[in-house]
Design a protein around this ligand. Structure first.
Ligand SMILES: Cc1cc2nc3c(=O)[nH]c(=O)nc-3n(C[C@H](O)[C@H](O)[C@H](O)COP(=O)(O)OP(=O)(O)OC[C@H]3O[C@@H](n4cnc5c(N)ncnc54)[C@H](O)[C@@H]3O)c2cc1C
Length: 331
């Protein structure tokens, strides 16, 4: 090979971006293809006229030395901050203080900032959903929906999307697709709520472990550097429990909002009277049985897969999975 290795990375979530950065830093030529208009994937921020909401990942923790070092960098560059909000867990018959149970960080001014930061200086093609990967003697080609002419050639294709679509993309091209297919996922209904009045909730984040509908609530407007919008006192993000989200996967969005707001108001023992509430479905929210290996790499075909469904179902796992795949592919 006389040219710099040409890598295609599919997916600009945390795994795809950490992978692409490591490849580019090592001198490779990297093109990232992202279905959405923004980077970050599930480390997401939705912005509407009431302000920003982290409707996907709520916060992150750091344990592994490499991720701790990355988070320290992000803090010093103003990308992330500690979230010092009071966190509780509602258990049957008890409310536990969880504030000190972990060191929690958030992107500032929203979780999407992590992806935006990781994507800087990378060639990311947004609004580019990849539907098919094809081999030719010149190398790998990627095809968008109904696109006859492929984009390529690439020497390596690294897929950093949830396991189900990842397996579909690499089906028949590598045995890795079979491993990916063994992972199943929980969906999650997320509801964003803007309220005109303070709820006086005695917490800023709550694991709700004693409710059939609600699993988590966070006072998003109290996270660091979220800013304020006139007339909006509070912005909340509510997450439904996985079982409920699965059962009511097809429920009308307004109906989902009503159920979650009602459950949360009952928890607070006061009416919430939202100015607006909006429900969004995360089809692939959490891998139920992530693979034990941190990434998948087929050195013969030069195809790989990364994501939180290999590395561990969190932002840290996704970051390390992407990094590990880049290191393996560069060898
Ligand atoms: C509701 C919810 C709450 C969470 N809470 C937390 C938390 O508190 N703490 C924590 O650490 N983690 C949390 N997570 C998990 C965390 O968000 C994920 O582990 C992490 O963001 C996964 O990153 P990833 O890069 O592996 O995948 P993703 O973020 O899913 O990235 C995949 C990317 O690929 C793109 N894509 C998909 N298909 C295609 C295609 N065909 N072509 C091109 N692009 C494509 C997607 O648009 C996306 O940008 C939560 C997730 C959800 C949904």
């Amino acid at each position: 090979m006389t040219h710099a290795r040409r890598f295609a990375v599919i997916g600009a979530g945390i795994a795809g971006l950490s992978c692409a950065r490591a490849l580019q830093d090592a001198g490779a030529t990297v093109t990232v293809f992202e279905r959405d208009l923004f980077p970050g994937g599930r480390a997401a921020t939705l912005i509407d006229d009431a302000g920003p909401y982290d409707h996907g990942a709520q916060y992150f923790t750091a344990d592994d030395d490499r991720f701790v070092a990355a988070v320290q960098r992000w803090q010093s560059e103003g990308i992330a901050q500690r979230w010092l909000g009071e966190i509780v867990a509602f258990e049957p018959g008890a409310i536990l203080d969880k504030t000190a149970s972990a060191e929690r960080f958030v992107g500032v001014p929203g979780m999407r900032r992590l992806g935006v930061y990781l994507a800087r200086g990378l060639d990311v093609r947004y609004a580019s959903p990849i539907a098919r990967v094809r081999h030719s003697p010149a190398g790998w080609y990627l095809h968008a929906d109904r696109q006859i002419e492929g984009i390529g050639p690439f020497d390596d294709v690294l897929v950093a999307v949830p396991s189900e679509p990842a397996a579909a993309l690499l089906d028949g091209l590598t045995a890795l697709a079979e491993a990916a297919r063994t992972v199943s996922w929980d969906p999650c209904w997320a509801v964003t709520v803007a309220a005109a009045h303070d709820s006086h909730a005695p917490f800023e984040g709550a694991f709700i472990n004693d409710d059939p509908i609600l699993g988590w609530a966070a006072l998003d407007s109290a996270k660091p550097k979220r800013g304020r919008v006139d007339g909006v006192a509070e912005r909340w993000v509510l997450h439904a429990r996985p079982q409920w989200s699965r059962r009511y996967f097809k429920m009308d969005e307004r109906e989902v909002s009503r159920w979650l707001v009602r459950s949360f108001a009952a928890r607070l023992r006061r009416g919430l009277h939202p100015l607006q509430a909006r429900a969004l479905m995360w089809t692939y929210a959490t891998p139920v049985n992530p693979l034990p290996q941190p990434f998948l790499w087929d050195a013969e075909q030069r195809l790989g897969m990364a994501g939180d469904w290999c590395g561990g179902p969190r932002i840290e796992g996704a970051y390390l999975s992407g990094l590990g795949l880049a290191e393996a592919a560069l060898q």
